[in-house]
Design a protein. Structure first.
Length: 367
């Protein structure tokens, strides 16, 4: 038994077909492909550096059809492995990648997008957590349906994250009563946020999605400068007012050297359920124009839909309640695009897994 050089033989042909499938070059996809010869013949293993579990079957069928008899059923094994990517700050224990979901202004659906992106990543095979960084208006507990719960601590120093629908989460909303306001100045709110991140006993996560507060003030700068952000995603709506604020969000991340993976245009249109007509209530294609201006991908265009609001208010995630709905499909497409963009555009951490200590006691097996 031996392994051939990557890029040679059948593995090289697989890499070329994969490159066309993902609109990349064979140089990009060759490291994903390895070839092994054993008593059963040639076996090909593809290790994707991003999450795309729902697409494994489609990829396999495409490769077999494209290679026309050179690759047969049973010869191919597809898997995925998410690396930890470079940050300017020391990583948080057990978290490979911290992704900020941000917006320049409120009211664009950032929190809803954060939650649904997180569940979409989970459905694509990633281990995911969510941190509610909106100190003044935490909404993640309501969307997860566990707003009456509180994190536990066995040593009065560290918190166990709460688990909802298979995802771990923490939020100031679990610590401050819902009817109370967090009347804190910027530095105090920033310290509280840093504590939430550092003093939570996170299990090993491929991605921690951080629902950022709107704007570009103290908390946003604290996140960008003191938290090991792997990258950011900016959410906007198509109208000029939201785009102007989204532009500021992109500029802030660029100034502090945090890569922006792309834009998500929310409330792109309203589609009438009765007749199917699309109405572009908040203008059209503004997110696409902003993405082109900054040379960023448009990761998704999501509609204005009552179902998104209903599931968020009920604490019943859309991706779990209606996994095959067109809306869920759109969120998974955006999640795959985000994961792929991170893998292709941000350098992998050279010290590898040093900060991954394993799941803390009390996390594994909780529902």
């Amino acid at each position: 038994m031996f392994f051939s050089k990557k890029g040679a033989g059948l593995a090289g042909k697989v890499a070329e077909v994969l490159a066309a499938y993902f609109s990349l070059t064979a140089k990009d996809t060759q490291p994903w492909c390895s070839e092994e010869k054993n008593e059963k013949g040639v076996q090909i293993t593809i290790t994707l550096p991003f999450c795309a579990k729902s697409q494994f079957s489609n990829i396999e069928q495409h490769l077999i059809a494209a290679l026309k008899g050179k690759l047969k059923q049973g010869q191919l094994h597809i898997r995925q492995h998410i690396d930890s990517h470079v940050t300017h700050v020391e990583p948080v224990t057990n978290i490979k990648n911290v992704i900020a979901v941000a917006s320049g202004k409120g009211g664009v659906g950032k929190s809803t997008t954060s939650v649904n992106l997180a569940f979409a990543l989970m459905q694509e095979g990633a281990r995911v957590g969510i941190l509610d960084a909106d100190i003044y208006g935490p909404s993640i507990p309501i969307m997860l349906g566990n707003d009456g719960e509180h994190p536990e601590s066995s040593d009065n120093k560290h918190m166990q994250p709460l688990r909802a629908h298979g995802m771990v989460a923490n939020s100031i909303g679990y610590l401050v009563p819902q009817e109370d306001a967090a009347v804190w100045r910027g530095p105090m709110a920033s310290r509280a946020l840093k504590q939430l991140l550092d003093e939570t006993l996170w299990p090993v996560l491929d991605y921690l999605i951080v629902d950022m507060p709107p704007g570009t003030g103290d908390i946003q700068l604290t996140m960008a400068q003191q938290v090991p952000l792997s990258a950011a995603v900016v959410v906007t709506t198509p109208q000029d007012l939201a785009l102007a604020d989204a532009q500021k969000g992109i500029s802030m991340f660029e100034k502090v050297n945090v890569p922006v993976l792309g834009l998500i245009e929310n409330m792109s249109y309203y589609q009438c359920r009765a007749c199917g007509t699309k109405d572009y209530i908040f203008a059209k294609d503004g997110g696409e124009a902003l993405a082109q201006r900054h040379g960023l991908p448009l990761l998704g265009q999501l509609p204005l839909d009552i179902g998104i609001r209903e599931h968020a208010d009920a604490g019943a995630p859309l991706l779990l309640s209606e996994p095959e709905s067109p809306l869920s499909v759109s969120y998974r497409e955006a999640a795959r695009a985000m994961s792929m963009q991170l893998a292709l555009s941000v350098e992998v951490r050279s010290d590898g897994k040093k900060h991954l200590r394993g799941d803390p006691i009390g996390i594994v097996g909780k529902s």
